[in-house]
Structures are given as C-alpha cells and as structure tokens.
Design a protein around this ligand. Structure first.
Ligand SMILES: [Zn+2]
Length: 468
C-alpha cells in the first residue's frame, strides 16, 4: 500500500520587530502583553506597515529552496474568530504568494517539491486555566512567519522526519529561524493518505506535533490506522486530527463538515508587494553555501565518510570551524575524528554551539600529537583546558609539564621499575600470554601520569621481555 505525505511548516522569522508594527518580536519569556501596540492589538483604525527585513528573510528562504519569485505578491485576510486573533482575521497571503514551485533536497538525494512559500503573521497565545477560563497573551500576535507547503512527495514517516530536519538545517544556515520546535518557532502540520493503487486516497490532516520524534510517531500511527481501515474496506473520513503525545495516538479535532471557510480576500490596508530582479538577485548572492552543497563539496574535497559529513555539517558554525582547522592542519579525517569525539562532547557539556577553542589552538594540539610531543590522552586534557580558558596549548603543556616522555633514558628506568614490580605479568607473558603486555603498558602509563609515548613504551617492553 502506498503512503503519501505532504507537510505544511510554519517558521518564525528572527526579525527584531513584528511583521506589521515596531513591537519586539522576541516574545519568549516576556511578561504577558508587554510587546503590544494598537496595530498588533487590532485597534480600529491602526494601519499595518510591512517589515522589510521580514520580506528579505522570507526571500532568502524561498531562494534557498529554489523557488520562483513572482514580481508581485498580495497580502490577504484570512478570516476566523478566535480570542488569540484580536483583529478577527490573520494577514496572510493566498492566491498570489511570495514564492512558488521550489524543492528541498534531502540527504538521501531525493528532491521534495515545494508548492509555495508565503509570509503571514502569527496569532497570540491562550493560557487555559483549570478554573474554567482562559487568559490571552498577545506578545506573539504579529510575529512574522513563513509558511512552507510541500507537494505530497514524501512516502514514509521516516522521510517526513528527514525533510523536516533538512528544512530546519537550511533555515538555521540562513539565520532566518531558530528552528526551536519545543518553543514553537518551527511548527509542522501533515497531510496523510494511503492508497492500494496509484490514485490518491482521502487525506487527514494532523496537527500538534512538537518534535521530530512526534512527527515520525504521529505519522506512523496515522498511516497504520488508515491502512487497517482500507484493508477492511472501510472508508477514510476526511478530518483534522491532533496528536496526543501522552497517549501516543491521533484524535479527532474536527470533521470535514466542521471545516472552516476563511473567506479570504485581498488586504485593503497593504499595497501588493513588488520584488524586482535587482532585489531578488541581491538576496540570491547573499545566500551562504547550503547544507546539500556543502555535503557534496566535502565528499569531493575531503573524501570523508558520509557519517562524518552528516554530523559535521549539521550546524553551520561547526562546519565552518572544521574548515578553518583543516586549513591549518590539512588532515581532514584526523580533524574529523577529534571533532566528533572531543569537540562535540565539549559543546554538549557547555550547552552551546559556540566553539570556545580557537581553530589555531586546536590545530596546534593535533600537530603536537602527530609530532609525538604529547600523547592522545594528554591531548584530550589540553583541548578541554584550552576550550575552557582560551590558553594556548604550548602554554598549557609547559605549565603542567605534560610533554610526552620519549626520552629513552627516562622511559627505560620506568619500564625497568614496572617489570621488577610485576613479576606475575612478566611470567604470564613469557609463558605465552601475550595480552599481559597491555597490563604492563598500562602500568607504565600510570607511573608517568599518561605522559609516556605509547609506541616507544611498547617497543621497550617487548625488547626487555624478549631479552630475559
Ligand atoms: Zn505591535
């Protein structure tokens, strides 16, 4: 049976101010209704003024998604009554959106077509109280959103998740959306249908999926539910469903009969939006290298495994950091290994995406390892300390006396001592238990505080053990 999924994504734009007024758009954590004015409160007579930066951000997203940009787009009123919408309508775009017919390339290489991308304002938030009433917070009312509608090209819940992850990556690369799904700055609704043949089945719409996991789980549940109905010969009812995360199931929100009619009409308070070639080209030239391009280039240039590439290109800042380090220490796989283990761990621990370790310091540590000046264990400490304090690796190594002991004389004395103190391991080795050398090597490392050159230590141990 065939599964067909299309996604409608709402992304909040990271502008300083709202879409049609100069109120701050940074509503998260602000006291209720602190960021409001007559425009976003919907006072009679207040007129909207379009935020140019929001248009610029929407254009960036549209061009990164390879959309066509018509020379003219038109704002429209989407009418519905709900307390989070003080005007009684939302300013959106309908028949003439900002952008049309693009695509997003998934890491698998599949291209998912984008039907349209348009600008609109967000609604406020309701806080439902257990006492039986609701509070209204209009700080979010008027925050700029782009709505990105895909064609029904996705053929599984896993693929829908990949699409959402890649879309988030692109928007974050562009710096136009924070992509935080839990805070609601990136939201997703899905249209789902199943069909035993090439025809499209009746679709349902699922709302309220607040994480990548929720998207995949909700779609899996819904696909299974629809398949079971179709297999029994029962019809699918067209409906809007909501994902109940706690119970792990979709629930009916409204049926087709209750579907709303928004009575769209052109917004009389705003002139049509004109985007000329010069503006479009200027924004196009300002686009950074996008994740799909970066992955393809890295494959060619650095010959890294696909896994490394996917991990290191996920965040633009991490990818750019990798390239600065490789510029100084041109061994991509080596840099990749250290980054994926040490750097990503330190980032996770410090809960930021800002790498506090200077690229030149990181490159210097790797050089010290490859020249034998410090061993790998010490290198991890030096990286961690330089990450925290910003100190240069040479300074750390000097101050803490961390240089690797590769001086034959000094090492020979320690090796002799370890052999003398561990007669059982020596006997084991000589009776054929070669693994005993690992224990002895560990003892040498312990005695030197991890500073012994592991290769030399092993050579020396073998030499001595075989000599006796
Ligand atoms: Zn306002």
């Amino acid at each position: 049976m065939r599964t067909v999924i299309g996604l409608e994504v709402h992304a909040q734009l990271l502008t300083k101010t709202k879409l049609f007024c100069s109120c701050s758009a940074a509503y998260f954590g602000a006291p209720p209704n602190a960021h409001t004015c007559p425009v976003c409160l919907g006072m009679p007579g207040a007129l909207p003024v379009l935020n140019e930066r929001a248009v610029e951000y929407a254009l960036k997203a549209a061009l990164a998604l390879h959309c066509e940009i018509p020379a003219r787009s038109v704002f429209a009123r989407k009418n519905y009554f709900y307390p989070d919408l003080p005007k009684g309508y939302q300013i959106s775009q309908y028949e003439e959106p900002l952008a049309l017919r693009g695509y997003l390339e998934l890491p698998t290489g599949k291209r998912v077509r984008i039907r349209r991308l348009h600008l609109e304002e967000d609604a406020g938030k309701l806080l439902h109280r257990p006492e039986g009433y609701s509070l209204v917070d209009l700080n979010r009312a008027g925050v700029p959103l782009i709505e990105i509608v895909s064609e029904p090209d996705l053929s599984s819940p896993e693929e829908a998740r990949l699409y959402m992850e890649e879309l988030r990556r692109v928007l974050r690369y562009l710096g136009v959306c924070s992509g935080d799904m839990e805070e609601g700055s990136l939201r997703c609704d899905a249209n789902v249908s199943v069909s035993p043949d090439e025809r499209l089945g009746t679709k349902t719409e699922i709302k309220n999926m607040n994480s990548f996991r929720a998207i995949e789980e909700a779609l899996k549940f819904e696909v299974a539910r629809q398949r079971a109905l179709v297999e029994k010969g029962h019809p699918i009812e067209q409906a809007t469903l909501t994902w109940n995360e706690a119970l792990g199931r979709t629930e009916l929100m409204r049926s087709k009969e209750e579907a709303e009619d928004y009575r769209y009409f052109p917004e009389p308070d705003l002139v049509p939006l004109q985007i000329d070639d010069a503006w479009r080209e200027r924004v196009k030239r300002s686009l950074p290298e996008l994740p799909a391009q970066k992955r393809a280039r890295w494959m060619q240039e650095y010959k890294l495994p696909e896994y490394d590439i996917s991990v290191l290109t996920d965040e633009r800042s991490v990818a750019e950091y990798f390239e600065s380090v490789v510029g100084l220490y041109p061994h991509p796989k080596d840099v990749s290994n250290w980054m994926m283990s040490e750097i990503l761990r330190l980032l996770k621990e410090s809960q930021t995406m800002e790498i506090a370790l200077k690229p030149e310091h990181f490159a210097r540590v790797l050089e010290m390892v490859s020249s034998g000046q410090i061993n790998r264990t010490v290198a991890k400490d030096v990286i961690a300390e330089s990450f925290k304090t910003g100190k240069a690796p040479d300074e750390i190594v000097r101050a803490r006396g961390l240089s690797q002991i590769s001086d034959e004389q000094a090492l020979a004395e320690i090796v002799a001592k370890v052999l003398a103190e561990n007669p059982k391991a020596v006997a084991d080795f000589q009776s054929g238990k070669e693994a005993a050398i690992g224990f002895l090597q560990g003892q040498v490392m312990k005695a030197t505080g991890g500073k012994a050159d592991p290769k030399k230590t092993r050579e020396m141990l073998l030499q001595r053990l075989r000599a006796t």
